[in-house]
Design a protein around this ligand. Structure first.
Ligand SMILES: NC(=O)c1ccc[n+]([C@@H]2O[C@H](COP(=O)([O-])OP(=O)(O)OC[C@H]3O[C@@H](n4cnc5c(N)ncnc54)[C@H](O)[C@@H]3O)[C@@H](O)[C@H]2O)c1
Length: 386
């Protein structure tokens, strides 16, 4: 005898785009929280706190102006921003402790204000506390507004592996306030742009052409161009999650991970000296080189992507790519094996099938990688530098 179970769970969340979120006249949070008097605990990225010294005052003023709208249970919990947050056992404990001390339950809300690392860490701990406390994301970097913050995943690093622990837990809502981007330093501003290139290369050639033609404006931190980039990029990411038939990535294919297998390796091997987006930009160039050598993209298509990334200001080479182990093999090759394990079985990599389209491949030989690394280095010293 057997009993067949089929459970369908729907997720429904809105992604808002706004300015000046904590102005009492801005009622987005009210629309989300309604008048439920649920408990709310706020986590704040230290980078945001130091760039916006009055933010706590403004948050409190907003909740004072909307007294029916939820109850803040303590002052905001400050967390060290950046990758350290995802690496550090102490930060996981602090988050869990705060949730416990403030007695948050499954009807409460966690509001997370910060970059991708803080969103990932708090989102993960909230998702496993009380079997899931709802979280509202307020992403404050380019990468978190156009990619990580609007998707369904979270994760922390463990055993020296990126995102080893994590869950697929969609947010309750996402609010992208573009004003936060004004205080990003140039590296964090740039970092998210590589995720826009990634998705454009495999899904939308006209968006890619927009990025390339806007590269100098992006390098100059033009906020209007960035707003357009973020909205188009969010649309591509979310369309993929909705229409890709595999929102929780049960299959082996990860279309949104183009350029990421070596990117993750570079982050780890440089001890996170390279930002996620900086590493992904180099990963994209490595994969574009392999794609060109296989005839999947033309020389002109390769040049378009390279020029675009370079003109945005990315450094498209890192010496960690040519690091070798004691057997004289390039260590980056082992990034492929790590990625295979991450996928859970069969290696499936997304490659462009000319720009704007993608295909899957199931292997890359060591020789191909060695040749591509050699070419990426030479190209960088010939034309890659600004
Ligand atoms: N969950 C996902 O689906 C997903 C997808 C892509 C990337 N990620 C993860 O996202 C992380 C990278 O996120 P990121 O690029 O946002 O960087 P980050 O979170 O590491 O933040 C970078 C720096 O910017 C600071 N900062 C944040 N907002 C600021 C602001 N408005 N003004 C001034 N400083 C500010 C932070 O304090 C930090 O020092 C990586 O851990 C990556 O693995 C997750």
């Amino acid at each position: 005898m057997k009993i067949q179970q089929r459970i369908r769970v729907e997720f429904d969340y809105k992604i808002y785009f706004t300015h000046d979120l904590f102005n009492p006249e801005n009622i987005i949070l009210k629309e989300i929280l309604k008048n439920k008097q649920s408990k709310v605990l706020i986590f704040l990225d230290s980078g945001v706190a130091s760039s916006w010294p009055d933010i706590e005052y403004r948050i409190n003023a907003w909740f004072d102006a909307h007294p029916l709208c939820a109850r803040i249970t303590s002052s905001a919990i400050l967390l060290d921003g950046g990758e350290q947050c995802k690496n550090d056992f102490q930060s996981y404990k602090e988050i869990a402790y705060a949730l416990r001390m403030c007695k948050l339950d499954r009807h409460s809300y966690v509001i997370i204000i910060g970059g991708g690392a803080v969103l990932d860490t708090v989102g993960f701990i909230a998702s496993i506390s009380q079997r899931g406390i709802r979280h509202i994301r307020i992403p404050t970097t380019v990468l978190s507004q156009n990619d990580s913050g609007v998707g369904v995943k979270n994760g922390i690093n463990f055993f020296g592996v990126k995102n080893y622990f994590g869950t697929y837990t969609p947010p309750y809502a996402v609010i992208n306030d573009f004003d936060f981007l004004k205080t990003l330093d140039i590296r964090d501003w740039l970092s998210g742009i590589s995720e826009a290139f990634k998705v454009a290369i495999i899904k939308d050639r006209s968006f890619l052409e927009y990025l390339v033609s806007s590269a100098k404006d992006l390098a100059g931190q033009n906020i209007e161009v960035m707003e357009t980039l973020i909205m188009r990029c969010v649309r591509l990411h979310t369309d993929h999650i909705i229409t890709g038939n595999d929102p929780f990535e049960n299959g082996s294919s990860r279309p949104l991970d183009f350029g990421h297998w070596s990117g993750h390796y570079l982050e780890i091997v440089t001890d996170f000296e390279l930002r996620h987006g900086e590493a992904v930009a180099i990963g994209i160039v490595l994969d574009m080189t392999i794609a060109r050598n296989r005839g999947l993209v033309t020389e002109d298509e390769y040049d378009l992507v390279y020029r675009g990334l370079r003109d945005c200001g990315f450094t498209l080479w890192h010496s960690a790519l040519e690091k070798r182990n004691s057997g004289e093999y390039l260590c980056v090759y082992y990034g492929l094996e790590e990625f295979r394990q991450h996928l859970g079985g069969k290696l499936t990599l997304i490659m462009p099938d000319h720009l704007g389209h993608s295909c899957q491949i199931n292997s890359i030989s060591y020789k191909e990688i060695e040749q591509a690394v050699y070419e990426v280095k030479n190209h960088f010293y010939e034309i890659g530098k600004w």
